[in-house]
Design a protein around this ligand. Sequence first.
Ligand SMILES: [Zn+2]
Length: 478
Amino acid sequence: MSIKDFDITIGLEIHAELNTNTKVFCSCKNEFGAEPNTNVCPVCIGLPGALPVINRKAVELAVKAGLCMGCKISPLTIFERKNYFYPDLSKAYQISQLQKPLCLGGGITLDSGKFIRLNRIHLEEDAGKLTHVNSTVGSLIDYNRGGVPLIEIVTEPDITNAEDAVEFMMKLRSNLVFGGIAECRMEQGGMRCDVNLSVKPAGSKVLGTRTEMKNLNSFKMVGRAIDYEAKRQVEAIENGEKIIQQTRKWDDNKGKSFAMRNKEEANDYRYFPDPDILAIKVGNKLVSETKLGLPRLSEQRKNYYVTELKLPLYDAKILTSELFISNYFEEVLKQFDNAKIVSNWIMTEVLRKLKEKETNNLNDIILVSNLVQIIKMVEQKEITRLSAKELFEKVCFTKLDAKETAKTGGILTGISENEIIKIIDEALAANPRAVEDYKTEPDKVIKFFMGQVMRKTAGAAKVEVAMPILQKKLSEQK
Ligand SMILES: [Zn+2]
């Protein structure tokens, strides 16, 4: 038997930190990178007597997330305490939702057409962050993250392989980012994924025992962890071992998962309604208003680029791969109305620079106004494609004005294509014998007329611009 003789069943639980200014139950700032334990108050660290007050914005964003994913929004939602003792949780319970989550159902369609159903999206608070230093110092705890609003997106066990899991996560992330719901900065822990995985003999109706791998914070890690864990479980079964329901830690450096603790069930957490927070009625008005205000998501933009802007699907996919790329593209398009030309510039020159300097604002690479100027100069034949690339390099990562730089850098000749055409026409008219000689000695004649053009423009005409015009005119002469 091999892994091919088994079915893999995967369910994901994804946590995403919401884009709010303040935390979910208090007015502490929700910001990444502040001095440890500076954004904390009695509410978010759970001092006795402190009373939580729900952040309306967090509820609205969670509703928005639900609507982006086609969920049903619960008209009434309650918060519960999930009790457990762990150093990252100062009050020994997390405010979460179990019985009546905010959003139910929904799902995401993969490129293959396969639909991955969601079980729910609920709202909860994040815990603090533990940093394990070494055995002498021990562990450090920063509660700044405690109380930051999270949505937990739980799928049905519809995923059957690592590729689909990664594609699902990418599409989910894209919806959250394009929806303005969460920034999903995975390297900062802004989006984390828990993988529930089990294997069973192919075709069997009975699910195998599952394990859970927690806090995977990159797409690559999710893919690697799934492949490893599926193989581990299959090998264990083939060796006659029993799979134990447990929480496992994925070590990306070692490429292995390790048992952490045996898995708790929901009733181990003794969930009960939080007596300090009232049930929330989510009115039809909020739902319909949020629905109306939904921004265009990546998928919609992609379709628009293909059907309306007539871009190839390949371009559309790349341009909508990140919100900041799509926004930049649309900004440039407002000032220069040819999608394919703009797309070519962004896909080749601008995105190449993105590899050199990571940023989520392409204006850091080249200002929209500068790219538009360069494109226009090329299209109006004021500069050649070659000089345009040279100019692009010069104004990249600077705020120099492209037009000024072209003038002072000698890239812009100041002589338009029309002027060059006029000069060529005059030269041809004034030298009929040379035109006649073109049939027998083309090279010599071309050289002669180029000399004329250069003399008349004091050397300012670009050979790349003048040459093709000259050749065309001469070959048309009979
Ligand atoms: Zn607080």
